[in-house]
Design a binder for this molecule. Structure first.
Ligand code: 5AD
Ligand code: SF4
Length: 434
């Protein structure tokens, strides 16, 4: 090959890699300090153009790929640019801002998609098969959601959980409404998140009024997909919070085996949990749910039932992970399951439900802090969550010891995740290329 052609090729390659590096850098730590909204917006979601509107449903185009999203918060017309998350239009953006973001993503998507294709060539075991199916069915997108753990008080006594009310060794905290709103503000405006989970133990201190105030204020100041993870509440509470602007619920049913459920969640019944999840879905919430792996007495058949039960609820995303023994709980003596069980469960879920979104949970990462997230993403998972709880509270949300990412600063964690996604050819966005 003539030397000049070779040099030109090398130049083009280096420009492309430089662009990728720059985008990921922007998405990572540097972004934390960056105020330019068009750069922020590139990170975890990309804008699309509305090409069709039918009642309050918009068909949104992303580089030729079309997705439907419900627009509850805005009047939408053909030609508008929007950010959508979890099937909901969460923000309208100006054309100029949208074009900038779309331009910046265009080539990068192709580059990432190529890496993903290269990494999904082999199909020698169920994890590799699952990973290939993941790419074929959902593309290379990887949702990145933030989570704010705003209270570690809980009125329940689940036998596995460090937040259980009988655990007297835990220092308890509750964030004020103002602090919760300002943590969300930081996550949305400074870190670029488009979907936030608000999680706590089941803590009645936050009554309807307080919860609605949080949801309303966040939606007024920083429209974002709000996912509630606040446990079993009155259906009227969930209706109010839906009316205030929340659109997602994260609530695991923990195990689909009714007798294990009642044993490990004393005073609670599986039917009630499943029925609540069904009612929340009927209100219009998008549901994230799943189960624990490694509960004593759980069989392989139970796990298969857990996978099927999660899917039967029409979830938007699977969230399951290993039980990590907590020394301050009655299940202190059990062993965490091997990571292979978790990875194979991810792979099986993907193979049975190839279109699904499957979260890499923090407990999974805790089993192998260095490699589990990568292994899970290569076994069929395609979503990650980043803890954006103010750092002073993170160690107190002590579900189990040695939680992955504990001790890491939020900015470091974001750059770890972005670096990992980049290395695997995943677009840190709800949209990807198949
Ligand atoms: N190990 C792993 N996950 C746990 N959870 C609670 N305790 C533990 C533990 N020891 C999970 C439960 C709950 C979620 C908030 O945390 O599945 O739904
Ligand atoms: Fe409370 Fe949830 Fe922990 Fe059970 S698992 S004790 S409901 S925080």
């Amino acid at each position: 090959m003539p030397i000049l052609t070779r040099l030109a090729q090398m130049f083009l390659i280096s420009i492309k890699s430089a662009k990728i590096c720059v985008l990921f850098l922007l998405c990572g730590k540097v972004l934390a300090e960056c105020h330019r909204s068009q750069v922020n917006n590139m990170c975890y979601s990309i804008p699309g153009k509305v090409v069709e509107v039918e009642k309050n449903f918009a068909t949104v185009d992303y580089f030729g790929q079309r997705k439907r999203a419900r627009s509850d918060f805005y009047e939408i017309s053909v030609g508008d640019y929007v950010y959508a998350q979890g099937g909901f239009v969460i923000r309208k953006v100006g054309e100029k801002e949208a074009q900038l973001a779309i331009e910046a993503w265009k080539d990068l998507f192709d580059e990432l998609a190529k890496t993903d294709i290269r990494l999904t060539e082999k199909k020698e075991n169920i994890r590799e098969i699952a990973n290939k199916l993941r790419r074929e069915h959902t593309g290379n997108s990887s949702c990145v959601h933030g989570i704010i753990e705003f209270s570690n008080h809980c009125r329940n006594n689940c036998l596995y959980c460090g937040l259980r009310k009988d655990n007297v060794n835990l220092s308890r905290y509750r964030m004020s409404i103002e602090d919760i709103v300002s943590a969300a503000d930081y996550a949305v405006n400074k870190l670029g998140f488009k979907a936030l989970v608000f999680q706590s133990g089941e803590d009645p201190f936050y009554d309807d009024e307080k919860l609605a105030a949080i949801v309303k204020t966040v939606m007024e100041k920083n429209p974002v997909l709000i996912v509630l993870s606040i446990g079993e509440r009155e259906i009227s509470t969930y209706k109010k919070l839906y009316d205030s602007g929340a659109r997602g619920v994260l609530m695991r049913f923990e195990t689909a085996n009714a007798s294990l459920y009642e044993k490990y969640r004393p005073g609670h019944h599986l039917e009630e949990r499943l029925s609540l999840l069904g009612r929340l879905k009927n209100i219009g919430y998008m549901i994230i749910s799943g189960f624990l792996l490694g509960l004593p007495g759980q069989s392989k058949k139970d796990i298969l039932e857990d996978i099927k039960t999660t899917a039967s609820m029409g979830v938007e995303m699977f969230s399951f992970g290993p039980l990590i023994p907590n020394p301050d709980t009655p299940l202190c003596g059990v062993n965490a399951p091997p990571i292979d069980l978790v990875l194979d469960t991810i792979a099986r879920t993907r193979i049975i439900y190839p279109d699904s979104r499957i979260l890499v949970t923090t407990a999974t990462e805790t089993l192998d802090r260095k490699n589990a997230a990568q292994k899970a993403l290569l076994s069929g998972a395609n979503s990650v969550m980043i803890n954006v709880t103010p750092e002073e509270y993170q160690s107190l949300y002590y579900l189990y010891p040695q939680r992955a990412a504990s001790g890491r600063k939020i900015a470091e964690r974001i750059s770890d995740v972005i670096e990992l996604l980049k290395s695997l050819g995943r677009a840190p966005s709800d949209i990807g290329l198949s």
